[in-house]
Ligand binder design. Sequence first.
Ligand code: NAP
Length: 248
Amino acid sequence: MQTSPSVLILGGTTEAYDLAAALVARGGLRVVTSFAGRTKSPRLPAGEWRSGGFGGAQGLAEYLRAETFDAVIDATHPFAAAMAFNAAEACAQENTALLRLERAPWRAVPGDRWTEVDTLDEAAAILRRDAKRVLMAVGRQELAPFVTLDEIWFLIRSVEAPEPLPAFKQYEFLLSRGPFDVASERELLRDKRIDTIVCKNSGGTATQAKLVAARELGIPVAMKRRPPRPDLPIAYTIDDAIAWLKLR
Ligand code: NAP
């Protein structure tokens, strides 16, 4: 990348940290990672960083202009829906090259019993019909569509406890952070007699084991699809993102 020495990474994901580390290690680039500012003490990336929203697409465009970035890599989470569109608008306005970097989505393979849904309300409708004991692996902020399902027992797994506590009639919390392995996921699903899993198609390896265990045990999965994205170049690996930068 001879003519583009400055890159902004829209972060908040493992991929963003890995990309920053790889670019800084190569040298010859100014690398700035941007965080939304939701985590109180985020792990710091290699290179420079900043934190907090830009104030919409216009704010991001102004920041790109002021800091004279040559390229932006949107490495926000697959379920972070707004930032990708802001980045597309701002980069188009400033004529700044933009790439989306994201982990590949999981794909169903023979033996999987997935129902893919666009909203968690659809997942709740599936549970109402078919489930009695459910592993919820969707994140603590997204439990609202399920609280009225009084006949169902929920195992709610999250990294931090939900605040406020949702008004589930029958539930247990499981505070834990991945990565999880197949053996422990199999044991959990058996021990808790789980008959359905609800999750989001995050991709990656850290939380994939539950899907393998579910396949082995024949357990159905309600899988929330990723939200729509602007039509942009996309890389699924750090190496591909670096290769794209060299073309700028
Ligand atoms: P979002 O819907 O895409 O973004 C909402 C707003 O947060 C944006 O309009 C922007 O504010 C600000 N923002 C988001 N990412 C930013 C970044 N990297 N740098 C500066 N501002 C950013 O995202 P979200 O779902 O609220 O997620 C927030 C952050 O958490 C993202 O960075 C994402 O990578 C990370 N994350 C999200 C999830 C998830 O499931 N949603 C999971 C893990 C990590 P302004 O309009 O003011 O610029």
